[in-house]
Write a protein that binds this ligand. Structure first.
Ligand code: TXA
Ligand code: MG
Length: 326
């Protein structure tokens, strides 16, 4: 299959034709690129799992363009869920609610709940509005690879496997949405993101971060190794450790870190991801994508100090297969 990459209105028109014809297409969102297909059709949803090599027991998020579409996707929207929807949607948050009968179990991997997101990205919303039905869409990478934040990243993984990529430039948030489960009495953050626990707690009380055993996770996706670059990746806890490893290793090294951290380090490929929370989130996947192309060993600074940095670290630690060098 030939994979086309298109921009602008032409891309949206082509995408609509393909989607109306039960095909799947990659599209930009502000978090990461998604690989979408009609969420009401189990045959279409099956194609998404196939193109990504994704295990069938990992549920997909359903994307729509407006709050008034949510009752078609969720069976019930409680008072607190409404508050969350009004506070954070459209935006980088996915809310998990009891699913409506319109959503096939193929989308939710057999669960009675469904993840719902309204992207803020203009291209994504234009597309969703134009087609009229919601799109089930995971991130548009091959399963176990790093999430894509540009059309080029999608192309590198899915060329030949999907008919179309809509190129909407770089994703400005840069990490996947916060997943907030409100399908039970206690709201739980299943995946941290740039909408933080603190921000959610300002709207409703008593939200918890999921801290359970990996074996019994309520979000099946947490079981899988995700976001891993193709070369050995570690986290480094201090500059001293980074310098020690640089001196010890004789392979091509890339160091990814904040501007302050990488400032006077020399002799290796440096990727400076900025200093602010939003810069760090926006640049991390791009940095990992670039690093894996040019090096044999990747070191990433262990950044701390805010809930958003913790959310970014959640991805980095997975990329590093939990290897933190002190
Ligand atoms: O920012 C994002 O969320 C991107 C863009 C494309 O919207 N999508 C994304 O999808 O990251 P994906 O499939 O890579 O991650 C979805 C996560 C998985 O960890 C999955 O297990 C969880 O959301 N999830 C989806 N539906 C769920 C449900 N009903 N209950 C619990 N977890 C769910
Ligand atoms: Mg993903």
């Amino acid at each position: 299959m030939q994979t086309r990459v298109l921009k602008g209105n032409k891309a949206i028109e082509e995408a609509k034709k393909l989607l109306d014809n039960n095909q799947i297409v990659a599209f930009p969102t502000e978090t990461v690129y998604g690989l979408g297909g009609n969420a009401f059709s189990k045959e279409v949803v099956y194609k998404i799992f196939e193109a990504k090599n994704r295990p069938q027991d990992n549920p997909l998020i359903v994307h729509t363009y407006a709050k008034n579409q949510i009752p078609k996707i969720a069976a019930y929207v409680g008072k607190n869920a409404k508050k969350i929807i009004n506070a954070f949607m459209p935006g980088p948050l996915t809310i998990v609610l009891k699913k409506s009968d319109n959503i096939p179990y193929e989308v939710t991997a057999g669960l009675d709940s469904v993840g719902i997101r309204i992207p803020e990205n203009k291209t994504a919303r234009k597309l969703l509005r134009k087609i009229g039905y919601p799109l089930a869409a995971p991130s548009a990478n091959l399963s176990t690879k790093i999430s894509p934040t540009s059309a080029e990243h999608v192309f590198n993984d899915l060329n030949g496997r999907i008919p179309l990529i809509i190129d909407g430039g770089e994703s400005i948030v840069g990490i996947e949405s916060t997943v907030l489960d409100m399908s039970n009495d206690t709201p739980i953050i299943l995946r941290p993101g740039i909408i933080t626990e603190e921000m959610i707690n300002n709207v409703i009380n008593g939200v918890k971060q999921y801290k359970g055993e990996i074996k019994s996770v309520p979000s099946p996706g947490m079981r899988y190794k995700h976001y891993a670059p193709q070369v050995e990746t570690v986290c480094v806890n201090s500059k001293e450790v980074a310098i020690r490893l640089i001196n010890e290793k004789s392979c091509k090294i890339t160091l990814i870190g904040t501007s302050d951290f990488v400032k006077d380090i020399k002799g290796v490929n440096i990727i400076d991801i900025g200093n602010t929370d939003s810069e760090i989130a926006r640049n991390i996947y791009k940095a990992l994508h670039n690093a894996e192309k040019v090096s044999d060993f990747i070191m990433v600074e262990y950044f701390k100090g805010s809930q958003i940095k913790d959310s970014v670290m959640n991805r980095v630690i997975k990329a590093a297969s939990h290897t933190i060098i002190e």
